[in-house]
Ligand binder design. Sequence first.
Ligand code: C2E
Ligand code: MG
Ligand code: MG
Length: 484
Amino acid sequence: MLLQASMIALAGSLAGYCISTLTRGAISREIRARMTAETLRQTAEAQADQDMLTELPNRRNFFRRLRERLERGRAGGEEFVLGVVDLDGFKSINDSYGHTVGDLLLIEVAARLRDAGGGNGLVSRLGGDEFAILIDGARNDEQLHGHGDTIRESIASPYLISDIEFSVSASVGFVRSTIADLDETGLIERADFAMFRAKANGSGTVIFSHEHEEDLEQIGRVEQALRSSDKEAEMSVVFQPQVDIASGETTGFEALARWNSPSLGNVRPDVFIAAAERTGLIEEMTPILLGKALKIARDWPGDIKLSFNLSIRDIMSSTAIDKLCRIIEASDIDPARLEFEVTETLIMSDFETARKSLAKLQTLGARVALDDFGVGYANFGHIDQLDINTIKIDRSFVTRLADGGRTAKVIKTMVDMCATLGVGSIIEGVETEQELDVLQGIGARKVQGYYYSKPMPPDEIPAFLSRRFLARIGGGPASVARAV
Ligand code: C2E
Ligand code: MG
Ligand code: MG
């Protein structure tokens, strides 16, 4: 009996011990699990807020802080300045030296920006080679330009990465929080706009002003009008001749888009093409313009070629390029008479996709030209890799001929290089006889420019062709046959 009672008591206390141990174990496991989950959550949260490469606050984090600052500002808090910093030519460094060097460069740039951004400047990485800075307090233009100079100088000093020494410059755009009642997206858009202006005019730093606001409104109006436009009815194509200077013969025409908007009148092509690219409307526009150009070129003599400009979106999607290929196939024009112009900058945004798209056009029998050559990367390697048929030497070279110096030699080098590579060359923007003489002297073959003709409407082409022919052979019955 006593034994039985002791056994029960022992079993009871053992059970109690076990239960309490088990419970304690379970509780501490639970606590540990919760702590791990919390640590993981905090880490994940920190990572979600941080750019993994540079360890700077990331875009998401920056937008949140910007929103908070704006809200504080609206509630009577301190004003501030938003800066956007973008490296110039980073893509070519990435392409030339590889992504590892590119990444190391971004890490170093981030460190320099953190130092140069100043004590109260919150520096973040918005993505790619674009960084943002928040500067507390009001700053006058002089102070901001000084700040921009400090940032750009710190970025500009040479880098030594993987035993390679190189330099990179940066462009800076500033906008004050007080410019207008904007949300964070509106403010970033304006800082970006200022930065792009700085990049475009090479001025280093630009502060967003009320005039820029007017430009933005104009851009908005163009985009709006473009959205509601009847492209088929409002858009047309004009043609500028390409001439062989030795024979004076017109070898082809470049199609150039024109837009007559019922609300805005004639809009400059660079303006509406850029707007069409930004809004994606170019995908709708290019097939219409190409269709019109092909229809007109069909009636020209069979040896007259047609050049047509393509935009980034036309060659960056296989649907878009396939659609263009179908339009070419459906037209009864020999694809060998067609040349498609693309710019190097455009190609570099995605080299491989661009190469495939251009190869599709070449498979049809069309040719490909590199437009505005010499102002961007001017990489002769691209000519080879992309199997380019023609390069069009940018107008700025001819413009600089008047300054003397080495421009003529530079053009000659490019023309000779093309000849060696078996690639055609066309020099753009020839306006005067003196320019033509110099070009002829250095052995240039084909040119395009106001000297021969401004872009003309299609109905002037037959007369132009017959005039050029008459001028060359001094008239005669053949010219009549030659004229359209
Ligand atoms: P681009 O392809 O480089 O075309 C040459 C531009 O230079 C044309 O301007 C032409 O009128 C102009 N130009 C030609 N010769 C001279 C000259 O001797 N002096 C001067 N000052 N200018 C000359 P445009 O027609 O205003 O076109 C501007 C740009 O718009 C084109 O540059 C091209 O990039 C783009 N563009 C035009 N049409 C189209 C199109 O149908 N599709 C696409 N994607 N872009 C187009
Ligand atoms: Mg062109
Ligand atoms: Mg050009």
